[in-house]
Structures are given as structure tokens and as C-alpha cells.
Design a protein around this ligand. Structure first.
Ligand SMILES: Nc1ncnc2c1ncn2[C@@H]1O[C@H](COP(=O)(O)OP(=O)(O)OP(=O)(O)O)[C@@H](O)[C@H]1O
Ligand SMILES: [Mg+2]
Length: 205
């Protein structure tokens, strides 16, 4: 396990733990493993929230507001970003992805990957991957379907229901958390890595 910056090491009985910043482990899955002496090593990820939460939440009173926010996000997105989209069923995650793709110039139909789990798009020079992991159950499928390979540092990966594949997914650069209000929706943005922070800082007003 290449932990470039172990911040702290601890021992709980026979289990050795190591704390590292999530972005230092971006290309690896932090599964428990055994070191050269046969001791179980668990990596605990530290996920600092870099984005100033004072800028949040953002009100999206109707779909037009979601479309307008998507246009702002389209200006700031960078290749390789991993974006977790959190929120209840019907919270507006797919609506945002659809508007984002259209804002980036994609002209085709954007359907929810409810059953396919993944849809792939090319928009301009960007490669986007839209996951909906609500129905994801089978850990074997993660490797078998090539999902892991999609997180290659170039694709922009937008992931609905990331909690369904926790431990398999690379950590997020950004999370967008949707809330359902009586009138429309609201979103809260968080950056967890310098790349995510750079994107949120670049959001046009
Ligand atoms: N800002 C908004 N204000 C009001 N309604 C919205 C807004 N954004 C989306 N909606 C509506 O919410 C409904 C559900 O949206 P959507 O399919 O995007 O949710 P979702 O979060 O992707 O759900 P799921 O978890 O089931 O995939 C749609 O009918 C859409 O028109
Ligand atoms: Mg959806």
C-alpha cells in the first residue's frame, strides 16, 4: 500500500491502523491488508473538507435553477474529478447531470442509469461517466464490469448513490448533497481534495 503521507499510526490489539489523507490514496482502494509480518493493517482515511461551508446551501427552487447551476458547474469542471451526488430518491441528482451534459454541449438523450448502473458520454474534449449505484449489490461486479477502470484520472465521474459502493469507490473530490424542500431543492457543496477545491473556487458567480 503506497501511503505517501501516513499522518499517524496506531495499534488496536493485533490490528495496526494508519491514518492518511484521502487524496493521497486516490488511485488505491484502502481495503484491509497484511503487512510483511502478517499483521492486519487498516487504512483510516482522513477526508478534510476544504470548501468553505459558508457559501452553502444553494437554493434550486425549480428545474430552471438546477439548469442554471449546471451551466456554472460546466465552466468549472476539470478532467479526473470524482463527484459524489448524495440525496434521497427524486432529489434531483439525475436532473443536474442531464443539465450539466447539455451545458457541456452533449446533444443526445441523457437517461438515468438506473438499470445499466453506468452511462458514458463524450462532451467536447471531456469524458463523463454517470453512475447510479442504487441497485449495485455485487462486489464482484465492480471489477468484472470494469467500473474501477473508469476512475482513471481523466474521466469525470458523477456518482449517484455512492454509499452503495463504499470501500470500492475512490474518494470524492467533491460532493453535492441534495435536499428536498417544499419548494424545489437545495444543494450543499463540499470539496475534499485540492482538485475539488480548485473546481469549486472556479464556479462563476
Ligand atoms: N430544482 C428542482 N426543483 C423542483 N423539482 C426538481 C428540481 N430538480 C429536479 N426536480 C424534479 O425532481 C424529480 C426527480 O428528479 P431526478 O430523477 O433528477 O432525481 P434523482 O435524485 O436522480 O433520483 P434517484 O435517486 O431516484 O435517481 C424530477 O421530476 C425533476 O423534474
Ligand atoms: Mg437519479
Amino acid at each position: 500500500m503506497a501511503v505517501s503521507q501516513p499522518l499517524q499510526q496506531m495499534r488496536f490489539g493485533s490490528i495496526k491502523s494508519c491514518v492518511a489523507d484521502a487524496h493521497c490514496l486516490k488511485s488505491e482502494r484502502p481495503a484491509p491488508r497484511f503487512d510483511a509480518r502478517g499483521e492486519c493493517v487498516v487504512i483510516l482515511l482522513r477526508c478534510p473538507v476544504l470548501h468553505d461551508p459558508n457559501h452553502n446551501p444553494i437554493a434550486l427552487p425549480d428545474e430552471a435553477a438546477t439548469t442554471a447551476f449546471a451551466a456554472r458547474l460546466a465552466h468549472a469542471l476539470l478532467p479526473g474529478l470524482v463527484v459524489y451526488l448524495r440525496g434521497d430518491l427524486g432529489a434531483g441528482k439525475t436532473t443536474l447531470v442531464r443539465a450539466l451534459l447539455h451545458a457541456l454541449g452533449y446533444e443526445g438523450r441523457v437517461k438515468s442509469p438506473t438499470y445499466t448502473l453506468l452511462e458514458r458520454y463524450e462532451a467536447g474534449r471531456l469524458h463523463l461517466r454517470h453512475f447510479d449505484l442504487y441497485r449495485f449489490r455485487d462486489v464482484e461486479e465492480w471489477e468484472g464490469s470494469g467500473f474501477r477502470d473508469e476512475f482513471d484520472g481523466h474521466n469525470i465521474c458523477l456518482v449517484e448513490w455512492p454509499e452503495q459502493a463504499s470501500g470500492l469507490l475512490p474518494p470524492a473530490d467533491i460532493s453535492i448533497t441534495f435536499g428536498i424542500l417544499q419548494d424545489g431543492r437545495e444543494i450543499v457543496l463540499h470539496a475534499y481534495t485540492p482538485a475539488g477545491q480548485k473546481c469549486l473556487d472556479a464556479l462563476p458567480a
